[in-house]
Design a protein around this ligand. Structure first.
Ligand code: FMN
Length: 219
């Protein structure tokens, strides 16, 4: 891949407002998109996310008023709702994190102890999350933007369009998922939605960004 091809993919990616609902992303391409989300980095490697691929048209119709009528939701080839972890499972010493370090990260007992102690220090002193549920949930949610970005870039490299979506009634979407798919709201919240598909029309406006010199300072 050339440098120009990388830049072309970033220029191609735009917040697509409506997709051609007749065009479907191949299973192969969508699996690759998801895989680059799964491989994304996270703080301590704890992956505080889950990905829901929402393909059921009835559920998508019900979602529409909760996403302010945004047409990406019914027209997307694939609609991804990213959940972020919250609550007790993220607290230092939780059974969930201990199990994660043992079973997923395959760490030996002494490293689980060391890492757990450092995580507790991080919570208490470095980021001062301890005792503040909202801060802990926001810390986890921030991380979910990494898989989102990686998946949109992968999509663009494959010629697939996307749209990141935060324009939705967060609490209502969470309640909807609790009702429809029994989402456990003590453990997960909805971080954001990402729609993938093929553009119905070219973007209405050319991409604008601040000049590089206005964004980057070197010291
Ligand atoms: C976290 C986040 C949430 C966004 N939410 C929406 C949204 O709800 N609806 C929408 O059409 N675009 C949404 N956007 C797209 C931005 O408006 C868009 O990325 C920005 O204007 C830059 O344009 P470009 O992506 O086409 O280059 C969102 C972008 C981000 C990063």
């Amino acid at each position: 891949m050339t440098k120009q091809q990388i830049l072309d993919a970033y220029a191609f990616r735009h917040a697509c407002k409506a997709f051609d609902s007749d065009k479907k992303i191949s299973d192969d391409d969508f699996e690759l998109i998801l895989e680059t989300g799964r491989l994304s980095p996270s703080s301590f490697g704890f992956e505080p996310w889950q990905f829901l691929v929402m393909q059921n048209p009835v559920l998508r119709e019900k979602l529409l008023p909760l996403v302010c009528g945004q047409q990406q939701v019914p027209t997307a080839s694939h609609l991804l709702i990213t959940l972020s972890r919250r609550g007790d499972s993220l607290k230092p010493g939780s059974d969930y994190l201990t199990g994660f370090m043992q079973d997923v990260q395959k760490l030996p007992a002494e490293i689980v102890k060391m890492k757990g102690d450092f995580y507790a220090l991080f919570h208490r002193e470095l980021f001062q999350l301890a005792g503040d549920e909202r801060k802990i949930a926001d810390w986890a949610a921030k991380q979910t933007y990494l898989p989102m970005a990686n998946m949109m870039t992968t999509a663009a490299l494959l010629g697939v369009d996307s749209c990141p979506i935060e324009g939705f009634k967060q609490q209502e979407v969470e309640n909807f998922l609790a009702q429809e798919i029994e989402l456990d709201l003590t453990t997960f919240g909805v971080a954001h939605i990402t729609a993938f598909g093929y553009r119905k029309a070219e973007p209405a406006r050319a991409k604008t960004r601040r000049a590089a010199a206005d964004v980057v300072q070197w010291y």
